[in-house]
Design a protein around this ligand. Structure first.
Ligand code: TMP
Length: 260
């Protein structure tokens, strides 16, 4: 399998075709954007950390039977994925109210929700990913009713699993975003989890101090994003203390890889 042409470039990742028509390569960039591209910068080493963290979470989800697009991590910044037809919806799952929902509905920041809340946004940068309802999804045929019911069940399992996984390392899973795709299996469409799960797409707060260990460090100009993502990776056991992969080393390793 060889890397081919760029198929798609998003704000944080690039998808390349491969010589196998069913597989693609997902490349994690260092670019960080917020508020639909209004704020952007490059944070050296972010892509490397997200690649590792997303690989870890998606592999664990596979182990509990949640099908997803990850085949294997290739190197510091790339993974082989199954090529799917992405459903044009961002599925947001909230356990605690913060971010856009607090502004939109006047809810107090940090309000614990009595059950997980699923919101849908249309994946359309030009429109600013507007909030939509299940009725919109149905009316405009972005997904059918059966697909949405299936996705909701998968989302709740992922949420339960991830709450537990993060709780075990003293992190609260506040909210996160998921994307799903259609994969043709024996002529039938199967729904599988796609995209990434990383501190770019989750809100993760330290259980004791509520310190933000996610992209809010960039969104809110809190600084120290790489140390926060590195802390998440270390607590997950991906980066071992003894291997001493600091943010600086992550950056060095990634640039060594790039130069090859
Ligand atoms: P929000 O509070 O800005 O709506 O974000 C909710 C969660 O979804 C948060 O964990 C960040 C994540 N998210 C993305 O990953 N991509 C996006 O484009 C947006 C708007 C949110």
């Amino acid at each position: 399998m060889k890397k081919g042409k760029k198929i798609y470039e998003g704000k944080a990742k690039i998808i390349y075709a491969t010589t196998d028509k069913n597989l693609a390569i997902q490349y994690f960039k260092d670019d960080a954007t917020a508020f639909n591209n209004q704020k952007k910068t490059t944070i050296e080493g972010k892509g490397v950390l997200n690649n590792r963290i997303s690989e870890y979470i998606l592999s664990n989800l596979s182990q509990i039977g949640i099908k997803n697009h990850l085949v294997k991590r290739l190197n510091m910044r790339e993974q082989v994925i199954k090529l799917v037809e992405i459903i044009p919806i961002e599925f947001i799952i909230r356990n605690v109210a913060t971010g856009s929902i607090t502004k939109r509905l006047g809810i107090e920041d940090g309000t614990v929700l009595k059950e997980p809340l699923i919101e849908y946004c249309l994946k359309d940068d030009a429109l600013g990913d507007p909030l939509i309802s299940e009725e919109h999804i149905n009316a405009f045929e972005w997904a059918n009713k059966k697909e949405i019911e299936k996705i909701k069940k998968i989302i709740l399992r992922i949420n339960d699993f991830m709450i537990g996984m993060f709780r075990g390392i003293n992190i609260k899973l506040i909210d996160f975003k998921l994307e799903f795709g259609r994969l043709k299996v024996n002529g039938k469409n199967e729904i599988i989890l796609a995209d990434e799960i990383s501190p770019d797409t989750c809100r993760l707060w330290d259980s004791m101090t509520d310190k933000k260990l996610d992209k809010d460090r960039f969104r809110k100009d809190l600084g120290d994003l790489i140390p926060a993502y590195t802390e998440v990776a270390k607590r997950l056991g991906i980066l071992h203390e003894q291997s001493n992969i600091s943010a600086v080393n992550v950056t060095k390793l990634s640039s060594i890889k790039k130069r090859k």
